[in-house]
Design a binder for this molecule. Sequence first.
Ligand code: ATR
Length: 280
Amino acid sequence: MYRFALIGYPVKHSLSPWIHESFLNKANLEGEYSIYEIPPDEPFPAKLNRLMDDQVDGFNVTVPYKEKIIPFLDDVDDDAARIKAVNTVVNRNGKWIGYNTDGVGYLRSLENKFPDFYLDKFKRILLIGSGGATRGIYYALVQAGFLHIDITNRTTEKAAEIAKLKNVTAATAILSLEQAEEMLQTYDVIIQTTSVGMKPDQEKVIFRVNQLKSPSIVSDIIYQPLETKLLKQAYDAGASVHFGHTMLLYQAQYAFEIWTGKKVPIGDMDERLQRHLEGR
Ligand code: ATR
């Protein structure tokens, strides 16, 4: 009987229990996945200790604790240490080991939709944003061998910090939002990772996406709404669009793999999650 949990705040409406319970079913494993909300005004170490004393098999970590959790772990995987964010913790014989599945999960979701994605490492890629998710995706792209990954953010200093994560091979320019907007036509892939356009502000868009290269891929990691205004503009401008809910599924797939050793195919979960998010 596996026991998993999610810590964060607010997490009451998280989709992770549904996703992981579906994986357990598909893998024919017994188990449960519980929400363990830690409000920011409660003592984090005491609450975390209670969860760890309970000897769960693993847990996910979400905002605002992805960085804060690190000093409480026995070991942290090299990639997660580098990006300074942990979203998955596994209990290995009583030792707590931290991982980050966001970047790899994101790339799996992209590869699933665009199987040829890895063929051309010279693609020009633009990342919009500089939060924890951006760090994971940037680092995963660098590790996968992509050679040209620019970053744009409202606060360019934060983007410059992310570029320091790269190895020697990738070239990264740091752009203001205005500069990036002007250069959109030069990118093969545009990945939106900020919270701009998320419900209840779904009318917002970080900048107008109308002049795009043909062909190009535009991706938004927001999944509420499923189709953000940015994706709608990109679709109208002729791009192939990639939806955020698939990253949610694949980062969870990789977390489940770390916990159980089983890689469960996503199959119909993509369609089921879409229906759920659209209230169908
Ligand atoms: P994460 O959950 O990925 O860690 P975060 O650290 O909260 O997210 O980062 C949110 C991202 O959204 C940042 O890139 C932030 O830009 P800044 O670094 O300049 O703060 C971006 N963001 C949030 N609101 C924004 C807005 N109104 N306009 C432009 N960018 C915004």
